[in-house]
Design a protein around this ligand. Structure first.
Ligand SMILES: Cc1ncc(COP(=O)(O)O)c(C=O)c1O
Length: 395
């Protein structure tokens, strides 16, 4: 038997996806202008961006970026441990630690890498990683990379987490959960998970990619909102590329955790440091996120407005109080039809399909931003009602 050709195998898998309406399509955005994007020459009102506070195009961020690039150059040109760690990084780490109420913070180039780095540093063969079924792919991949046994629990079900922990009572254990679930928008039962971890001598890690900047006093995130300190959530991960509008990520925790990650987090050690100019822009973003609460207040009003309008139009929503407001359609084909209908009406709301979400749970992931206005929400709701009607005819 000849060996299988890997590229051919990939093409075969791709053809399978296409048959099931699951093909992913890379779209090029020609222009971004606040809440609007231009795609294929068409100007669309964007409801897909994680720029929750509207900071990605804030002039203060661009100014910091340009000034720091002029001073430091564009790239860090080395790994953190080999001369790439600049003053801008140190300042940002100190700021992140203060904001999240932790002793220290360590930067990573992406959230994906922060999860890989932290979990792989903490766990090894013989350990167990207990995770919510709806956790982000990077946490799942992180556990696989670590060599620990990966066990999933029923979404947001602490009793299920407890049962899963009990199956490996002797093993060193990390319980990991998203703070805000990226495709559903709900908030994890953080206090209950923390209590469980305490009684079970497990360590709790929360990925707050979608909570940082959005939830809690001064936007310090879902963990802060739940009033959980470093002893209750010893490993806190957050990203800089969503509400903060920049790129990169961090892990915050005790001085001992951070010192250990510097030694053992391979995704931090073996990679070029985040460009210092991005660190400078992120520092500016934190100040705006913390001290301009009107952005969070407005977002909260927009979320309430969207949910009220959806209910009035009979549009079913998931139980989410965050800017992530998915509309579950079900099968992939009608979900795609709904997206296309929205695009034809001038809205960008991509369909999220398996394997990103479970079979039969394809959805329109509507994401709100403080840059939207109530009139935008009204227009979207009317378009959504039409798109859902159109999707039904596609079943
Ligand atoms: C919950 C969650 N964790 C981690 C990540 C990865 O972050 P990044 O985009 O910075 O790699 C994302 C999104 O991308 C996310 O939604």
């Amino acid at each position: 038997m000849p060996r299988p050709d890997l590229i051919e195998r990939l093409a075969h898998a791709q053809a399978g996806r296409a048959r099931q309406s699951l093909l992913r399509k890379l779209r090029t955005v020609g222009q971004v202008d606040g809440t609007h994007v231009v795609i294929d020459g068409k100007r669309l009102l964007n409801f897909a961006s994680n720029d929750y506070l509207g900071l990605a195009q804030h002039p203060a961020l661009s100014e910091h970026l340009v000034r720091a690039a002029a001073q430091w150059g564009v790239g860090a040109s080395a790994a953190h441990l080999l001369g790439g760690h600049r003053e801008e990084h140190a300042v940002l780490e100190a700021k992140l630690a203060r904001w999240t109420g932790r002793e220290g913070a360590l930067l990573f180039s992406t959230g994906y890498m922060a999860n890989l780095g932290a979990v792989q540093a903490l766990l090894g063969v013989g350990d167990v990683c207990v995770q919510d079924k709806l956790n982000h792919a990077s946490l799942v991949d992180a556990a696989r990379l670590s060599g620990a046994a990966l066990i999933r629990f029923v979404h947001a079900d602490v009793a299920s987490a407890q049962r899963q922990l009990a199956t490996r009572a002797e093993a060193a254990a990390l319980v990991a959960s998203d703070g805000v679930f990226s495709m559903d928008g709900d908030v994890a039962p953080l206090a209950e998970l923390a209590a469980l971890c305490k009684t079970q001598q497990a360590t709790l890690m929360i990925d707050d990619a979608h909570g940082i900047g959005v939830l809690g006093a001064e936007g310090a995130g879902s963990v802060s909102e739940a009033g959980l300190d470093c002893s209750e959530v010893p490993v806190l991960m957050g990203t800089l590329g969503k509400a903060l509008g920049v790129a990169g990520a961090f892990v915050a925790g005790s001085a001992a955790l951070i010192a250990g990650l510097v030694q053992f987090a391979r995704a931090h050690i073996y990679t070029t440091a985040l460009p210092p100019a991005l660190a400078s822009a992120a520092s500016a973003a934190i100040d705006i996120a913390r001290f301009e609460p009107w952005r969070r207040d407005k977002l909260e009003r927009l979320v309430a407005h969207f949910r009220q309008g959806a209910s009035e139009r009979g549009i079913a929503l998931l139980d989410s109080r965050t800017p992530i407001q998915p509309v579950v359609i079900g099968a992939s084909k009608p979900a795609l039809a709904a997206t296309q209908s929205l695009e034809a009406q001038g809205f960008f709301v991509p369909a999220i399909r398996p394997p990103t979400v479970a079979q039969g749970k394809a959805r329109l992931r509507v994401v709100l931003s403080a840059q939207h206005e109530e009139a935008d929400i009204e227009q979207l709701l009317n378009a959504l009602a039409r798109a859902i009607g159109h999707a039904r005819s596609e079943r």
